[in-house]
Write a protein that binds this ligand. Structure first.
Ligand code: ADE
Ligand code: ZN
Length: 329
């Protein structure tokens, strides 16, 4: 196991202005809110937060996440309350910009309108933090209930974009590339989870068939040089979550994580937590992991932070200000 970081590096990581661009809001449910609901049931720190914990499989992880999310996220107000706590945590880590997604399946499970979830999350954004909200959906979500929602969501006020997530090895269905094209035509950003549980071919599919440049994870692109080349040509960004990858056993040990090679080969990588409820991680932990486990220098960590600001959905003056702040550290 790698050595812990020095207090000087921890201080550097803390002071670095940062982004988080891959965060599932239901997977970021603050544990303290569940404890408030039922102090006895949630008296123990979750087992999945321990350092060496590994999830058995994606389905176990997802079932645990959804089971807990459904205990809290019962109405739009609960999204507002959770988002307030989550965003306060971002400010406390010197994070300036966040992209978070809510799960379209919750609209179906709870019968609450997507617009209200979106509005609840957006209105929780505090001063000093720019928040962009995406709707995430599973590859097989085109149900009777969600079909009309997906057809109209692109016009919702304040929706920044859409993301494809859930079980990765399901086939891409016909509706998906059409919706992804339509989203970009409406000026929205498009993302897709790819190259996490399935191989480099899924990263290729996300770029070539879905037309997205924002790959969530993307790390298994490392298995195919031609896909790395494609991602470089497309100027793609990989929103990487190393601790998630280790705890979901996509990668055996942090020291083997491909972000080192992806970064060295020139792929634009950013750093995020994915689902802190299920991994017990913070963005600062992710930076520390790169420093201690993968020998990222402070200059390289600055580049990772700048990568997040480079793809942020903000005006050029804001981007330039944030970038200059990173440079000044
Ligand atoms: N939904 C929440 N976390 C996810 C992950 N790591 N991969 C795919 N879908 C997810
Ligand atoms: Zn994710």
């Amino acid at each position: 196991m790698h050595a812990p970081i020095t207090p000087a590096i921890a201080d550097f990581i803390h002071r670095l202005p940062k982004t988080e661009t891959h965060l599932h809001i239901e997977g970021a449910l603050p544990y303290e809110l569940l404890q408030k609901l039922d102090p006895e049931k949630f008296s123990q720190q979750p087992e999945c937060w321990s350092k060496d914990f590994k999830w058995k499989c994606f389905e176990d992880f997802e079932a645990h996440l959804i089971d807990h999310a459904l205990q809290w996220f019962t109405k739009p107000d609960r999204y507002y309350e959770a988002a307030q706590v989550i965003f306060a945590g971002h400010l406390a880590q010197n994070i300036r910009y966040v992209e978070t997604s809510f799960h379209a399946g919750m609209i179906e499970f709870l019968g609450i309108p997507g617009r209200e979830i979106l509005s609840a999350i957006r209105s929780a954004a505090p001063k000093g933090l720019e928040v962009r909200v995406f709707m995430g959906m599973a590859r097989n979500c085109y149900s009777e209930v969600l079909q009309p929602v997906l057809d109209e969501c692109l016009t919702w006020d304040g929706l920044a974009g859409i993301d494809l997530h859930g079980v990765e090895y399901l086939p891409l269905e016909d509706w998906t590339p059409k919706l992804w094209d339509k989203a970009r035509a409406h000026g929205l950003e498009t993302k897709a989870h790819a190259g996490e549980f399935d191989g480099a071919n899924k990263v290729r599919e996300a770029i070539e068939v879905l037309g997205t440049k924002r790959i969530q994870h993307g790390i298994r692109a490392i298995e195919d040089d031609a896909v790395i080349e494609l991602a470089m040509e497309a100027d793609a960004t990989f929103d990487v979550c190393p601790i998630s990858n280790v705890k979901l056993d996509v990668i055996d040990r942090l020291e083997d994580h491909p972000i080192r090679k992806l970064f060295d080969q020139g792929i634009r990588c950013t750093l995020s937590t994915d689902d802190p409820f299920s991994f017990g991680n913070t963005v600062e932990d992710e930076y520390a992991a790169l420093s201690a486990g993968l020998n990222f220098t402070n200059e390289e960590l600055k580049q990772i932070a700048k990568n997040g600001f480079e793809v942020a959905l903000v005006d050029e003056a804001t981007r330039a200000k944030w970038t200059a702040e990173v440079d000044a550290i």
